[in-house]
Design a protein around this ligand. Structure first.
Ligand code: GLY
Length: 363
């Protein structure tokens, strides 16, 4: 397989088999040791893949590292303490390299621990989920959840490199793969009409041409974070679906039936495009197209009315808000153009009711 490199200002994203990309990159550097952060799943299913590589000084597998419990509920300060303790036990110095081998939780939390350890050691992201390959691992957003609010404590710090190997997609349960697909759909809306058409024509996820999809989707993410690394403007567009979606995800995380990030973002895109339908010139088109693409890949899962108040309260903590106004970013008419609208409790409730009422129509 041919690998492809996406250069950013101070690092690169390497797409292709790890055996073609990682060893050469490591050989050019002289790290004192390597500390691998995994969760129980990636430790079992993905770490063996690193052990197939030529020996890495410090040991990628049998060497130093931390194995964390899997899942968003562990993206907390308590888990960071465990990682920092393991770094202390390993006597990790400033010339060490941290490898985050996992999905968004491992990348965000592991990157945060590396970026703060002794005021920062190099780290690389090796994303193992579709969601982290196409979105979370790229762009230097690191952090943890706090008091049930997603990613509310964190920093911007770029990795030394990102290595995306599509082979890891084979290790994923179907629901996890589908979750990441919501971010691919989001990127298609933001900047790539051809990707949009490919998705529309795709019979099912199992037979998806992943290398081509990843290449197109990563290109959108790379372009946005290159233009606006610290989310002063256009990067807000990557939040399409997330203002409502994150709040829905936080709500369900506290129930016995948590929903995946992608499931929440998917319905969030529908609700947010409904909110924007009359405020922007392309609003009705965006709404119709969003419903079509989401309904082709996601089941319709209504949200209980009893959750609406809490969802609105969580949205009031969104990082895009200014002076208490809740802001939503949606794609404009042209690729890479953005519209920001302000919303309120009544409108959000109506948008969720609109989503709930779609059953039997598009879905
Ligand atoms: N995942 C959204 C961003 O990177 O800005």
């Amino acid at each position: 397989m041919l690998s492809h490199t996406f250069p950013l200002a101070d690092y690169a994203v390497h797409l292709g088999p790890l055996s073609e990309t990682l060893p050469a990159w490591l050989q050019k550097r002289n790290y004192s040791s390597i500390f691998v952060i995994t969760d129980e799943n990636t430790h079992a299913h993905c770490l063996p893949y690193l052990d197939l590589l030529p020996p890495i000084k410090g040991g990628a597998g049998g060497g130093l590292g931390a194995i964390l419990p899997p899942g968003e509920t562990f993206k907390t300060l308590t888990t960071c303490s465990q990682v920092w303790q393991a770094m202390l036990d390993a006597n990790l110095d400033r010339k060490a390299l941290v490898i985050n081998l996992g999905g968004g939780v491992i990348g965000d939390l592991g990157g945060f621990c590396a970026a703060t350890w002794k005021r920062g050691v190099d780290f690389i992201q090796i994303p193992t989920t579709l969601l982290s390959m196409t979105d979370a691992a790229i762009g230097g957003k690191l952090g943890i959840d706090f008091q049930g609010l997603k990613n509310v404590v964190g920093v911007f710090q770029n990795p030394a490199a990102v290595f995306v190997d599509p082979a890891f997609l084979l290790t994923l349960p179907e629901r996890e793969l589908r979750s990441g697909f919501a971010e691919v759909i989001k990127h298609a809306f933001i900047g790539d009409v051809a990707l949009w058409r490919n998705i529309e024509a795709m019979p099912n996820l199992e037979d998806a041409p992943w290398l081509a999809i990843l290449r197109a989707s990563i290109a959108v993410k790379v372009r946005i974070v290159t233009e606006d690394p610290h989310e002063k403007g256009l990067r807000m567009l990557l939040n399409y679906g997330h203002t409502i979606g994150h709040a829905v995800e936080s709500y369900f995380l506290k129930t016995p039936f948590p929903r995946t990030h992608g499931e929440c973002i998917a319905l969030g895109m529908i609700a947010e495009s409904w909110l924007a339908r009359t405020s922007i010139p392309s609003g009705h088109n965006l709404l119709a197209q969003t419903i079509t693409l989401i309904a082709a890949s996601f089941a319709h899962e209504p949200i209980p009315e009893a959750a609406f108040t809490e969802i609105w309260e969580t949205m009031q903590q969104d990082k895009k808000n200014i002076a208490g106004a809740v802001r939503i970013a949606v794609p404009g008419e042209e690729p890479y153009s953005m519209q920001v609208i302000e919303t309120n409790a009544e409108a959000v409730v109506e948008s969720l009711r609109f989503y709930n009422g779609l059953v039997g129509e598009a879905f």
